[in-house]
Design a protein around this ligand. Structure first.
Ligand code: AHR
Length: 500
């Protein structure tokens, strides 16, 4: 059976915020050290930034980059990470049972972003685990105040005369999680987040603040947590965070392929909770969603890895290698984010390099693209503009976890020049899926490109030994005639169909 939908310029979801293509650099494993930063590497510049990695980061098209954690931030002492490198202390990182050398810190992070280019924006988290309002204010003053105070002058003394201009701030990380250093109840966190937000706005009313939502929809406190936190912070914050990671359980690939069903329901439930609190408070303000950690992550493998560590520096941790199947799920997660672009205004792929990442590196050696690199780069390149409302009529398949799921998962984005890109996943593992799209009223006449990521071997991946094994290829036979697009989506595939 054929999957179908209709696109109409009158029916839209909303404008894509460029921050939807954010990512995340945490002091975890080799994301920073031997990832983005490796003094002495053949491609490293004078600041120790790997140029081969920077080239790939630019190609990936990331925008906001969240930093420095993650769980790491709940023990973060910002003052350890600034000033002369030789004076910076070595510290225990409780989150990842590692030793943090602080050779890379706040100023290096800003330098990294500036090297990526003008599209890259800082998204800085403050520590609300072991610390509180005072330290958040100190960090904000150090980072953003122009000059003439102890901390802004200290920044200049450290070599950064110009303020960093950090606008987007996370008020802690995953404070609902019992694993978090300084874990809190929703009431405790709500109060602390509100007080921190109020004070940060006293320095600068223009900051944009993200309150911690739940670390996953399956948390016992989910929804109640958001409601409690938002009742305290509604007028003081702009976003609430969501985190979600997916992996196959008990070899159940069919459910894994439908992971976006969970992601979409998570988004819709958080939107409902935000709006419920808004209604209770009789507020016209709307809280948006910062999906600031999302990815495929074989998390069940990582837990033992971390527990076995004895405080090493930059260990190999969470270095998942992604298959074609993983990339198709990943693409579907991107589609889920785009489908909710009206409320998801920030999203961060966790993470950027080496740690559950689209880019891998070898110390002293090369950097390469994982399979997940391609959907992200294509979505960032062509997913800018207005998301059109896509309601699919699709054949379905049965999953253990989500019941009956559509074989087709899709969205479409209309760019400023009128061109439209359809992003589509065929979740079916064995059969091609014919697709028909009615394009009435969009004035489109040609197929610019139909790019597909699929492989005869669903487990194919890019590795150090074979870094270019998987890449998107052109699909044949896609046509656009009389306002009707016809395509065939290969089994288990991520598709980008560009129309003009
Ligand atoms: O991204 C890896 C970890 O996942 C982050 O540190 C934490 O916030 C989440 O649990």
């Amino acid at each position: 059976r054929t999957a179908r939908f209709t696109l109409d310029p009158a029916f839209t979801v909303g404008e894509v915020n460029p921050r939807l293509f954010g990512s995340f650099v945490e002091h975890l494993g080799r994301c920073v050290y031997t990832g983005i930063f490796e003094p002495g590497h053949p491609t490293a510049d004078a600041d120790g930034l790997r140029q081969d990695v920077l080239d790939l980061v630019r190609e990936l098209g990331v925008t906001a980059v969240r930093y420095p954690g993650g769980n790491f931030v709940s023990g973060y002492r910002w003052e350890d990470s600034v000033g002369p490198v030789e004076d910076r202390p070595r510290r225990l990182d409780l989150a990842w049972r590692s030793t943090e050398t602080n050779r890379f810190g706040l100023s290096e992070y800003i330098a990294f972003l500036r090297r990526i280019g003008p599209r890259a924006e800082p998204m800085m988290a403050v520590n609300l685990g072991t610390r509180g309002v005072a330290e958040a204010l100190e960090l904000q003053e150090y980072a953003n105040h122009p000059s003439g105070t102890a901390l802004s002058d200290l920044r200049a003394e450290h070599g950064d005369k110009d303020p960093f201009g950090i606008r987007l701030w996370c008020l802690g990380n995953e404070m609902d999680g019992p694993w978090q250093t300084g874990h809190k109840t929703a009431e405790e966190y709500g109060r602390l987040a509100a007080e921190t937000a109020r004070a940060m706005r006293q320095i600068d009313p223009g900051v944009e603040l993200v309150a911690c939502g739940s670390s996953g929809q399956s948390m016992e406190t989910f929804a109640e947590w958001e409601a409690t936190v938002l009742k305290e912070t509604y007028d003081l914050v702009d976003h609430i965070s969501l985190h979600a990671y997916y992996e196959p359980h008990d070899g159940d690939i069919d459910s894994f392929l439908a992971s976006a069903v969970d992601m979409e329901s998570f988004i819709e439930n958080v939107v409902a909770t935000c709006d419920h609190v808004g209604a209770l408070l009789k507020s016209k303000k709307r809280i948006n969603l910062s999906f600031d950690e999302w990815n495929v992550w074989y998390m069940s493998r990582s837990q033992a890895e971390v527990a076995a560590l004895d405080w090493p520096e930059a260990p190999r941790l969470l270095e998942d290698s992604y298959s074609v199947t993983d990339a198709v799920v990943f693409g579907s997660l991107l589609i889920a984010l785009l489908r909710h672009a009206d409320r998801v205004t920030v999203a961060c792929l966790a993470q950027l390099v080496n740690v559950i990442a689209p880019i891998m590196t070898e110390p002293g050696g090369p950097a390469w693209r994982q399979t997940t690199f391609f959907p992200f780069a294509q979505a960032s390149a062509y997913g800018r503009g207005e998301v059109l409302d896509v309601r699919v009529d699709s054949p379905t398949y049965e999953t253990r976890k989500y019941g009956e799921a559509d074989l087709l998962h899709a969205t479409a984005v209309r760019a400023g020049d009128g061109g439209v890109t359809v992003f589509a996943v065929n979740r079916g593992r064995t059969e091609p899926l014919p697709l028909e799209v009615a394009l009435g009223g969009l004035g489109l006449t040609s197929v610019v490109e139909h790019s597909v990521l699929s492989d005869a071997d669903p487990d194919a991946r890019n590795t150090l030994a074979e870094p270019e094994r998987v890449a998107p290829h052109a699909a044949g036979g896609t046509t656009l005639r009389d306002g009707r697009l016809s395509a065939v989506l290969e089994p288990l595939s991520w598709n980008v169909i560009r129309l003009a």
